[in-house]
Ligand binder design. Sequence first.
Ligand code: SAM
Ligand code: SF4
Length: 416
Amino acid sequence: MIPWFVGSVVRNEGKKFLRFTGDVDLSQLSSEGETRGDRVSLYIHIPFCRTLCPFCCFNRYLFKEEQARSYFIDLRKEVDMYGALGFKFNDFYFGGGTPTVLMDELGDFIAYLRAKFDVRRISLETTPRELTPDTVAQLQTLGINRLSVGVQSFDNTLLKAMGRTLFKGEDSIEKLKLVQGKFDTVNVDLMFNFPTQTLEQFRSDVKIFKDMGIDQATFYPLMPSPHKMDALERKFRRVDTSREKRFYDIILHEVLDSGYKPATAWCFSRGDRMIDEYIIDYDDYIGVGAGSVGFLGGDFLVNSFSLEGYHNLVAQGKLPIVRMRRLSELEHCRYYMLTQFFGMGLNAESFRKRFGADIHSKLWAELIFFKMAGIIQERDGLISVSRRGMYPVGTMMKEFFASLNTLREYCIESGI
Ligand SMILES: C[S@@+](CC[C@H](N)C(=O)[O-])C[C@H]1O[C@@H](n2cnc3c(N)ncnc32)[C@H](O)[C@@H]1O
Ligand code: SF4
């Protein structure tokens, strides 16, 4: 009941994502760059994949070499524009798509970042299929700190249902053996509540992850955009969200109770806290590349999703931001609370520094509700998420991502 309630509140709030406006006012960017430019992380989107998974809602296109090479040139130009505005990034997150589709371009791009910024940490996503001894050695040389591998499942029947037919579960295991111990953190992405997925299949995926002693796993509940949902339901009948909690309980029992620590409600690590989500680690982030979304000082900034639109704007020396939404102060406080709770806790002093006010006065009704529902507890200025609160907090985040997916689908289909 509580997860449903909090999820529906976020879902309704999330609909406001569709109220993004095309009147883009970037006047605050240079002052943000000058005042807070060293406390902003950089997300770099590489939207190319060798095959396209039917369930995926990210901005991705079938890989074409020439197009991808010219895209890397545009990326540099876009980063240069942020550099000129005073941004000094230290923390970088390459997501996709598949950032490793062109290793030579990736290498040159990282060298360029190192020449321009004080690079402290690089996170990078890839698929198991991309990992050869050669690419792994190159990624090590490039100084990738956190390597995230999208396994989705080790179960071949499920992989087939997901449309990931070219790579088998046993091959993923071999690829993971190849990367283990070679990076500060190796993460695997596993999905749950996919139609046809059984609890037993998921339990077995979790067991393989644990038995292999992989550093970190991020468990994604299926979050289809509206049209992807229709397509999945035509193929498999119903996407049944009522089963989701039973999958999540497996994570709590098999992962959390085995000593893994939650970095977020979906990401669990062995040993020290290893952060997964750039939106949790940094309050503000800039996104570069086609279809990336940034968040800066209360503004969501959305880049052109179309490769052509992206290229045309960058070629004219313009930032490719085509939509934005300025949050009201209350929305901004709530967004901050949501992301911090997803990261398992909120520091009241950090809230005061960001908003110049006490969280208990700004969000008193929300805090009372969350406390009464047993979702959070407060001690010495730290508001932390309880074990019982993890699923509802994940549900809130899922609804937030679902509204982003709706926005993505709208932009992709409208050629924005
Ligand atoms: C953008 S993908 C990049 C990883 C890489 N391209 C791959 O597929 O292996 C990051 C992760 O998002 C998750 N993901 C993609 N589409 C999803 C969806 N519709 N619902 C839930 N998770 C999804 C997958 O677990 C995937 O590994
Ligand atoms: S899940 Fe990964 S490989 Fe599949 S289409 Fe999405 S980004 Fe590409």
